[in-house]
Design a binder for this molecule. Structure first.
Ligand code: GLV
Ligand code: MN
Ligand code: MN
Length: 413
């Protein structure tokens, strides 16, 4: 089979999708169920229809585009990723796996290949936690890990529930219908930019992912005592923000002291109330992200943060309410899907490295219902979640080629 990836077309489609944003270019902000997200979905769905794929959308908006196999009763092979984007993001996170997945299917069709198993391109809803505070909402529901009733009541910062937001976006039907049983896909492969520096640094074109790090997040609301910034004397203060700041430093310390470079901790959200320069903060809300490839070490870091929180509360005379938003286990990729990727790299003479994924992906949750693996491609400077995120057309085409070869292999079995 002679596989040709249309690098030029794929790059053009990534550019067009990148321009569908809530902010002017080069900034990509495409938060789930916003007008930009819905326009992005339409763009991708139209390309899928043009390619002759059959579209299906579930109640939360997870979208599948199916290339019917010769034996349609066999479990399909899945590929895909997400098109939602965090505020101030770039063009390639998620979209490479969606549009690259589509181009892999088109390349296979152009080469005259006909799959035995159907191949489905999946576009997952809300991989990013921006709007509803928890990542991978669509794939969590698909895997059955997220209770549909809990999902329905997730709220954004305006108090709009996921249930209301999805109906406004015309995704209807019971959320309980989204879950799939194990075996619904015979394999799932996600193509993604590495979002880290290793492939570029080592000058290796392809990463074959063998495991995905375990993410957790905590939301802590601290209540102190507000007052006039000029008149409340320093010894009398119970400043909620300063307590939050100490907890944030404890997050850094707990990650740094774990003994492994694989433990990471971040406070990416801090809201202060009332937020006036001449007012002592009476309330602060922080959101904490902690990850590790090793579950016990990740949980140890969480424990240290909770302990620091208790100590800061007592010493500063504030109260804190802490909520564990999610604490997911790591995923091990399937040896046979990894082997299909290795074989695809070898077939095309592409050097590869086995590596772990430090970012989470929908594959983390798909691994609960299907054998999964991921293909990483280098991105410039390892930069991601920023407008200057960049992967070259050649790098994307190489990843897409490996994906196409692996899909053919997996769909023939
Ligand atoms: C996904 O976007 C992540 O934060 O790892
Ligand atoms: Mn992302
Ligand atoms: Mn992503």
């Amino acid at each position: 089979m002679k596989l040709d990836i249309d690098q030029h077309r794929l790059s053009g489609e990534l550019d067009t999708l990148g321009a569908i944003s809530q902010e002017p270019p080069p900034v990509v902000t495409r938060v789930v169920f916003t007008e930009a997200d819905l326009r992005g979905r339409e763009f991708v769905k139209n390309l899928c229809r043009e390619a002759g794929l059959v579209i299906r959308e579930d109640a939360v908006g997870n979208t599948s585009a199916r290339w019917e196999g010769q034996d349609p009763d066999l479990a399909p092979v899945g590929t895909g990723s997400h098109i939602d984007a965090i505020p101030n993001a770039g063009r390639f996170d998620g979209t490479v796996g969606v549009l690259g997945g589509l181009e892999a299917i088109r390349a296979l069709a152009r080469a005259g290949y006909r799959p035995r198993r159907s191949i489905e391109l999946l576009i997952f809803t809300s991989e990013e936690p921006t709007r509803f505070g928890i990542g991978c909402v669509g794939s969590r529901l698909l895997s059955g890990l997220l209770d549909p009733d809990v999902a329905a009541q997730l709220k954004d910062r305006e108090g709009i529930t996921l249930d209301r937001a999805r109906s406004a976006a015309c995704f209807v039907g019971p959320l309980s219908s989204v879950g799939l049983t194990a075996g619904s896909y015979s394999a799932f492969v996600e193509l993604h930019i590495e979002q880290g520096p290793l492939l570029e640094r080592n000058n290796v074109p392809v990463g074959v992912v063998t495991a995905i790090a375990a993410p957790a997040s905590l939301r802590i609301v601290i209540e102190g005592e507000g007052g006039h910034a000029g008149t409340v004397l320093m010894p009398d203060r119970h400043d909620a923000f300063l307590a939050a700041a100490e907890i944030a430093l404890a997050v850094e310390a707990s990650a740094r002291s774990s003994g492994s470079i694989d433990t990471v901790g971040t406070v990416g959200v801090c809201e202060v109330f009332p937020g006036a320069v001449n007012s002592v903060p009476s309330r602060a809300r922080i959101e904490i992200d902690v990850r590790d490839i090793d579950l016990a070490r990740r949980d140890e870091a969480l424990k240290k943060i909770e302990a620091a929180c208790a100590e800061v509360m007592a010493r500063r005379g504030v109260t804190a309410h802490s909520e564990l938003v999610n604490a997911d286990p790591p995923a091990q990729c399937s040896p046979h899907v990894v082997q299909a990727l290795v074989h695809a790299c070898e077939t095309h003479g592409l050097r590869f490295e086995r590596m772990i994924s430090r970012a989470y992906h929908d594959s983390l949750f798909m691994s609960l219902i299907a054998p999964v693996a991921m293909i990483f491609i280098p991105c410039r400077g390892g930069v991601s979640h920023r407008p200057d995120e960049y992967a070259s057309p050649q790098a994307i085409a190489r990843g897409t080629l490996v994906l196409a070869e692996a899909l053919a292999d997996l769909a023939g079995k």
